[in-house]
Ligand binder design. Structure first.
Ligand SMILES: [Zn+2]
Length: 147
């Protein structure tokens, strides 16, 4: 399901990765802590923290895309997480869906793809102390109220 890979421009004039939109996984574990990914310095909005995720395939739902991408990037076992809901950030012509999900514990994770330098469980109180990906920075206050 890599037919969604590519750049596209939304109605607001931003360039975004994912011709069919993109999706990410906000996974929360007791603590509470959330699973965040540190993006490689050379990547789009590099050297920032955000949720694991990426381009949707044309036949994929946002939930399927978010779970697939998060598994590929962190090695987490997507079968063990419970999906709680979705938050859509619609830019017009392009959208980013954050899928909220719950894990029973802080699952073992590792940075597996070259676009991430680290993946880590971050206490919810500590999230805003990190340099955040601009898209995640916008949605985090909303997402936090739904955890
Ligand atoms: Zn946009």
């Amino acid at each position: 399901m890599k037919d969604g890979d590519g750049w596209t421009r939304c109605s607001a004039g931003h360039d975004h990765w994912g011709v069919y939109g993109a999706a990410g996984l906000l996974l929360v574990a007791p603590g509470p802590a959330v699973l965040l990914q540190h993006r490689a310095i050379w990547s789009h909005h590099g050297d920032t923290w955000g949720v694991p995720g990426g381009a949707r395939g044309s036949e994929e739902s946002p939930v399927q895309a978010a779970l697939r991408e998060a598994s590929e990037e962190t090695g987490l076992d997507a079968a063990t997480v419970t999906v709680l809901g979705e938050l859509v950030d619609d830019h017009g012509g392009w959208s980013y869906t954050t899928v909220l999900a719950r894990a029973q514990t802080e699952l073992p994770v590792h940075a597996l793809d070259r676009e991430s330098t680290d993946v880590r469980w971050v206490p919810v109180e500590g999230v805003t102390g990190l340099p955040l990906h601009p898209g995640f920075a916008v949605t985090w206050p909303l997402l936090r109220t739904r955890l």
